[in-house]
Design a protein around this ligand. Sequence first.
Ligand code: S3P
Length: 449
Amino acid sequence: MSGHGEPIPMTARKSGPLKGVADVPGDKSISHRALILGAMAVGETRVTGLLEGQDVLDTAKAMRAFGAEVTQLAPGEWSVRGVGVGGFAEPAAVIDCGNSGTGVRLIMGCMATSPITATFTGDASLRKRPMGRVTDPLALFGARAYGRQGGRLPMTIVGAAEPVPVRYTVPMPSAQVKSAVLLAGLNAPGQTVVIEKEPTRDHSERMLRGFGAEITVEDTDEGRVITLTGQPELKPQSVAVPRDPSSAAFPVCAALIVEGSDIRVPGVSQNPTRYGLYTTLVEMGADIAFENPREEGGEPVADLRVRFSALKGIEVPEARAASMIDEYPILSVVAACAEGTTVMRGVKELRVKESDRIDAMARGLEACGVRVEEEEDVLIVHGMGPGGVPGGATAKTHIDHRIAMSFLVLGLAAQKPVSVDDGSPIATSFPVFEGLMAGLGAEIVRAGA
Ligand code: S3P
């Protein structure tokens, strides 16, 4: 468990060509939502392909604390017996969401319009992250929040006994905030309207519709206007969770920068709200074939064939940021191995993720001999070309799974090994990372192994 157990130092060494098939686990965003909406439906929801990472397991535990029956039937296969919209019980103990911003923010949303009180906490990373972005709109429904200075966890939410529907324009591009408001809107009478100026991942909208909620989405001059009719009876579903494109990014990028590599990554999402990295990689000159396009679990997917490529730096369009927000750490590793400069603008949301990801990547890349420039909202990486990154450093991961995996991927292509001080957070989102990468031929070991 990240942030609670002993740190796990890990090292990656320059590896031979990566070959084989990378079967990445289920999508984290969709897994959280399947458990939460399952808990709010009346009857039994079945989920297959659930990500059994710590973040999602913490959400499963939280749903039990609110009264749902959540059971693992087989690996990846889960049953959720929901209590219905407005049916949540008051938890008897503090809800610990571990490392998961998505978990805590969505769960705050779904309990905020019930007449119950719940106290939330998390690990040292989550306790630093801002919750005001969620509690501000929840206050409009009538909920009250009592937390630490700066809207930090631990925090108690007193749900609204008589919630009113809201109309809310999300001030930053955030699917978590949008989703928290929609989930709160489920138990408010009348119509809740959420407006987002830039589109963010739309799994909540898709899944709410799937569970039978009345929800419409309109593109207007104001932005995407999402209208939800409150107090529906959600109908239990069979949810097939597709694979996580944000996890797929690690083997894909590893294959692009390790000479001679040729791998397949089946079932990668082509959902436009999650797809920005892949568009960017192709613009950088990546040899990626998108084969067998189809639908899986209500999401468009394709099988990827990825080969080592000579890449060039590019300017990543700012408007693409929301669709690849979790992928900037691994993109900055790819950028370090490309010829020329890669400019990433409009990325200040990275500063409030599991760590300040701009700072974490900049410091680690510099330690590995890469020249980086950084502003509040910008990250610029000066590429050193294939095989050009010196490496030979230990990066600090700051309880951040994506920082850990990014530097381990860099170590596979750098001249000298790259270490991370703590790989334990990888278990939050990609528990099979080590085995999967080893299966492709990547040399990643734990200290002392
Ligand atoms: C997520 C939304 C994003 C993303 C996170 C998952 C979600 O966060 O970074 O990993 O599932 O809604 P923000 O809402 O903070 O952008």
